[in-house]
Ligand binder design. Structure first.
Ligand code: F6P
Length: 323
């Protein structure tokens, strides 16, 4: 393979805090190795529309602390077609971009995997999603910040719950994954955590609520967005079963995606950015770079996307013991 001279970097899918730190790391590492870097705007869509911008050290100054992504992000219908991907490839060739770093989640790596194999373009993925639902890394970039956002919000909700002796159902993000709910739920001392990975038995939940501590009138139940019954219906069922409880539903929504990344996400993004560029220089492709047990590991896209990370049964046990 010819020496890589120009690496394109883009963010795709949902934004996640720490994506800017990841971009910064990729850009500065590439420059360190005397390689040019091209920023690709709006994910795969920018490949098709040739929305490219050369990046230098200054382009990524003062962004490590910022949420969102300076390269913008989104989904591309055109890239789902073979014709769209051909245009994307032609644009890469025309702009002398020899390799790519794709920052995103499962959908991003699916697209990158197909593209890389179709046109033999070396691509390394970096896990950027608040959901933490990828195999091949203990944490995805954004997950730590998102779960901290949740606990900060629920701590505030707890003040009202305590003051009014209320029961709050708090719905958190995670369309297919309960990992945000599980971690933040333990962090706020929730009475129950309902996630898509384990089927919700409403009678067990009722039992938990009626057999819980009698000296504690306020209660918090964390429900993942992807849970089968859903926060709204659960709130209705609880109101019906326990008319004496003063029950409220709070849906946290997109505040979980924004904000300044935590130190952990900044460091993770910085480490993985260096590893991604070095992987390309060492001839790796079609892989996601991750951190497991504090070691950098590379997982083929095929594995990272085919098996979504599962909820740790030990954590589920902790919830049952502590609630
Ligand atoms: O994948 C990240 C995520 O925030 C999920 O937790 C959530 O279900 C989804 O994105 C929401 O996507 P959108 O912003 O497109 O509604």
């Amino acid at each position: 393979m010819d020496k890589i001279k120009n690496i394109g970097v883009f963010t795709s899918g949902g934004d996640a805090p720490g994506m800017n730190a990841a971009i910064r790391s990729v850009v500065r590492t590439a420059l360190h190795y005397d390689i040019q870097v091209t920023g690709i705007m709006k994910g795969f869509e920018g490949l098709i529309t040739s929305d490219f911008m050369p990046m230098n050290s200054k382009s990524v100054a003062n962004i490590i602390q910022r949420g969102g992504t300076i390269l913008k992000t989104g989904k591309s219908d055109a890239f789902l077609t073979k014709e769209g991907r051909q245009i994307a490839y032609d644009n890469l060739v025309r702009n002398n971009i020899d390799a790519l770093v794709a920052i995103g989640g499962e959908g991003t790596f699916k697209g990158a995997n197909i593209f890389s194999k179709e046109f033999n373009v070396p691509i390394i993925g970096m896990p950027g999603t608040i959901d933490n639902d990828l195999i091949g890394t203990d944490f995805t970039i954004g997950y730590d910040t998102a779960t901290n956002t949740v606990i900060n919000a629920v701590d505030k909700i707890r003040d009202t719950a305590e003051s009014h002796d209320r029961l709050f159902i708090v719905e958190v993000m995670g369309r297919d994954s309960g990992l945000i709910a599980l971690r933040s739920g333990i962090g706020v001392g929730a009475e129950a955590i309902l996630i898509p990975e384990s089927k919700t038995d409403i009678d067990v939940l009722f039992n938990t609520l009626s057999s819980g501590r009698k000296d504690k009138a306020s209660k918090i139940i964390i429900v993942a967005e992807g849970e089968e019954i859903g926060g709204f219906e659960i709130a209705e069922l609880i109101k019906e079963k326990f008319p004496n409880y003063d029950t409220r539903l709070s849906i946290l929504g997109h505040i979980q995606r924004g904000g300044r990344p935590s130190c952990m996400d900044r460091v993770l993004a910085s480490r993985l950015g260096v590893a991604a560029v070095e992987a390309l220089l060492n001839g790796k492709k079609c892989m996601m770079v991750g951190l497991m047990n504090q070691n950098v590991v590379y997982t083929p896209f095929d594995n990272a996307i085919k098996h979504l990370a599962e909820a740790d049964p030990n954590l589920l046990k902790i919830v049952r013991i502590l609630s």
